[in-house]
Ligand binder design. Structure first.
Ligand code: FES
Length: 158
């Protein structure tokens, strides 16, 4: 743990004297560790001369910052209007039941996330799985994508 803390400290000190250094510091931590560990927040705040509440506020405001180790795979299902019109609500329920997680929860293997438009409205419903776009989804196609996630160790987070 002390090695991790030292590494977090080094990453944050790089941004110590840069105005607005919190965001790049958090990104560098997440890039290095896959998430921003909660135990590191007081240290980040101290080095950047911010309050713990300020650092927590930024981490919780920006959906892309993770506070838990990332799952091996990421499924981002579009829940915006065009996908809703094409039946994504049924796919939401299917995905939650099939994966055993709720939206925006880190599962042990797959993180199921909400996104709001992937630019594939004409081919809705759409999803991004490990950074790759998939369109015209139905339960069969989504189930196959989930099977592929479950059968491989790790994917590529975008
Ligand atoms: S609304 Fe789903 S891709 Fe645009």
């Amino acid at each position: 743990m002390s090695q991790t803390k030292a590494s977090v400290s080094e990453l944050v000190r790089h941004w110590q004297d840069v105005p607005g250094g919190l965001m790049p510091a958090l990104w560098s931590i997440q890039n290095a560790f896959g998430h921003v560990p909660s135990h590191a927040v007081p240290e980040i705040a101290s080095i950047l001369n911010l309050s713990v509440a300020e650092v927590h506020g930024v981490i919780s405001f920006y959906h892309d910052f993770k506070t838990e180790p990332a799952s091996a795979h990421s499924i981002k299902l579009c829940r915006a209007e065009a996908c809703q019109a094409m039946g994504v609500r049924a796919l939401e329920t299917f995905a939650e039941q099939r994966l055993g997680v709720k939206f925006d929860e880190q599962g042990p293997l797959v993180c199921l996330e909400s996104v709001y438009c992937l630019g594939l409205c004409a081919c809705a419903p759409a999803a991004m799985v490990d950074g790759k776009l998939h369109a015209r989804l139905n339960e069969q196609k989504l189930g196959k994508l989930i099977d592929e996630c479950e059968s491989t160790e790790a994917g590529a987070h975008d």
